[in-house]
Design a protein around this ligand. Structure first.
Ligand code: HEC
Length: 194
């Protein structure tokens, strides 16, 4: 059943879905994209401010506190689960579940096949313990340094002081060594269907 729904959703006009169901999917996708956008804008703003006033070492602390707090606020506001995840984690609280791991691996395959990361997303109705949930993921790319400061904390050559602070907060950090254009991870949203 899960597979049938998933395949149906991949088509633009699936015959197995009523117009009302198609409209509902469109609405859920649009709402998910809005939430991702506000998450990104808020976190990006905080990050830029922190980098400017305290530099990257101070900004790590901001990221460490602000990112989970934005995820929590957005989750509570919508009654959804909203977060960020990755195949190479910094914070193990962001670990993907089996479905998310599958989607992240598919994103890697899609990128390898030449698809642009910026618009890459996936949604699906997934049945979990007999309950249907609408799940949405949007890929997060690694921009070059002249576009955003991401590489200062996730790149190949990280300043010693920054690396020391990361080691202190995240002894199992795997989220380093990225190059521009790579997929850093994804935003992930899980909505109850009823
Ligand atoms: C000042 C250092 C710093 C900068 C700059 C930075 N990050 Fe991070 N990043 C972190 C920290 C710290 C965490 C862990 C946050 C937490 O505890 O949830 C993190 C976590 C993440 C995660 C969540 C998955 C995981 O590994 O836990 C993603 C995705 C991510 N960063 C992407 C980005 C992107 C994209 C940029 C650029 C827009 C960026 N980061 C810039 C420090 C940084």
């Amino acid at each position: 059943m899960k597979k049938v729904i998933a395949i149906a959703l991949l088509c633009t006009a699936p015959f197995s879905m009523t117009m009302a169901e198609q409209e509902e999917m469109k609405r859920r996708v649009a709402e998910s994209k809005e939430v991702v956008k506000s998450f990104m804008t808020e976190l990006g703003g905080e990050l830029r401010r922190a980098m400017k006033t305290g530099g990257p070492v101070k900004a790590i602390e901001v990221c460490n506190l602000i990112a989970p707090s934005i995820a929590k606020t957005q989750s509570e506001k919508h009654g959804w689960e909203v977060g960020r995840t990755s195949l190479k984690l910094r914070n193990s609280n962001n670990a993907p579940d089996a479905w998310e791991t599958g989607v992240l691996k598919k994103f890697e395959e899609r990128a390898a096949a030449g698809e642009a990361v910026a618009q890459m997303a996936h949604f699906e109705v997934v049945e979990q313990n007999g309950v249907k949930r609408f799940r949405f993921m949007k890929a997060i790319g690694m921009p070059p340094l002249d576009k955003a400061p991401c590489l200062k904390c996730h790149g190949e050559s990280i300043d010693d002081k920054v690396a020391a602070k990361l080691d202190e907060l995240y002894p199992n950090d795997q989220a380093r060594g990225y190059k521009p254009g790579m997929i850093r991870g994804a935003f992930t949203i899980s909505q109850p269907m009823e």
